[in-house]
Design a protein around this ligand. Structure first.
Ligand code: AMP
Ligand code: ZN
Length: 134
C-alpha cells in the first residue's frame, strides 16, 4: 500500500530499528515506546489487522512474536504484554496488522519509562541491547 507507514518501513523507504526480518514478517522498535524494548511485529503483506491475515502470515507472525519475546525477556524484562489493537476505537492508529511486545518490569531496571522520559528514549542503545539476544 502506497501510503501505509509500515509498508514503507518494510520496503526500507523509511528507517527503522529492525530486529528481525524474513520473507513474511519484520520486527522493529516502536518509535514512541510505552516501555524500554517496546517493539512491533508486522506482516510484510498489507492486511488491515490480524483477523484478515492468511494462515501462513499469521503463523509467521506468531513465530516471530515468540522469538522476539524470548530476546526481550533475556535482555531485561520480567514480563511482557503482547497485544494487537484492532480498529480505531480500540486504539489502532496504523491500519496495517501488527502485534505489540511491551516489556513490563516493576523492579526499577528502567524497562518502564516515565512519561517525562518519553522524548529522550535511547532507541539505538535499546536496539543494541536487544539485538545481542536474537
Ligand atoms: P497502534 O496504535 O496499535 O496502531 O500502534 C501503532 C504503533 O506504531 C504506535 O505505537 C506508534 O508509536 C508506532 N509507530 C508509528 N510510526 C512508526 C514508525 N515510523 N516506526 C516505528 N513505530 C511507529
Ligand atoms: Zn501496510
Amino acid at each position: 500500500m502506497d501510503n501505509c507507514i509500515f509498508c514503507k518501513i518494510i520496503r526500507h523507504e523509511i528507517p527503522s530499528y529492525c530486529l528481525y526480518e524474513n520473507d513474511d514478517v519484520m520486527a522493529f522498535l516502536d518509535v514512541n515506546p510505552t516501555s524500554y524494548g517496546h517493539c512491533l511485529v508486522v506482516c510484510k503483506k498489507h492486511y488491515k489487522n490480524i483477523t484478515e491475515c492468511d494462515k501462513k502470515t499469521l503463523d509467521a507472525m506468531i513465530e516471530a512474536v515468540q522469538a522476539i519475546s524470548k530476546a526481550l525477556l533475556k535482555t531485561y524484562a520480567c514480563g511482557l504484554n503482547v497485544l494487537s489493537n484492532i480498529n480505531e476505537v480500540a486504539g489502532q492508529s496504523v491500519m496495517h496488522a501488527h502485534i505489540h511486545l511491551i516489556p513490563v518490569n516493576k523492579d526499577g531496571n528502567k524497562a518502564n519509562i516515565q512519561f517525562n522520559e518519553l522524548k529522550d528514549v535511547p532507541l539505538k542503545e535499546i536496539y543494541d541491547n536487544i539485538i545481542k539476544n536474537i
